[in-house]
Design a protein around this ligand. Sequence first.
Ligand code: IMP
Length: 201
Amino acid sequence: MRLVFATNNQHKLDEVRHILGSEHEVLSLNDIGCHEDIPETADTLQGNSAQKALFVWERYGVPCFADDTGLEVEALGGAPGVYSARYAGEGHDSAANRRKLLQQMQAENNRRAQFRTVVTLVVDNKPYFFEGIVKGRIITHEQGDGGFGYDSLFVPDEYSEEEKTFAQLTQEQKNTISHRGRAISKMAQWLQTATFCRVHR
Ligand code: IMP
């Protein structure tokens, strides 16, 4: 099936294409000529991902999905959460967000955190939601060159003995356990059984 992923983030596109394999063709916003700034004004991950997916559906009328991810840190009461992209303020980049997180966590012993993703898929004008969570902890310094965003600060529980951050894993290793990997796999499973786009004879 041909699906638009409402993003131009190359890391996310690579991850998701890898998970969905050859059964689904994944197009980016650039691929469909969408260069608008899609609003993300909701105060929940579900709300933002629905906003992005419905925006594309309403303008382009193509099956599409969007994700929204938050890093939820226990000691910070779930922050930065839905505000993860703008944690260091509007217009700041991922490096500034990571610096702020390290600074906020300086005196904290409880380093537990999770990434949570909500994916909204819109087909036939209906939204379907898929959630993925990975639990782990925030380390005290950046480690690893791979990945993006907060990857170099997050050690997933599955790699706690080796003390490896997401930024030190292969794409395959990250996809198998990651928040987005889990949410997208649920969507892929659902697409396999859904009958909305089949020709019924
Ligand atoms: P969004 O879902 O693209 O809005 O992401 C929100 C924030 O979380 C951004 O700062 C991203 O860089 C970060 N983020 C999203 N997914 C990941 C991930 O897989 N690893 C690390 N950071 C991520």
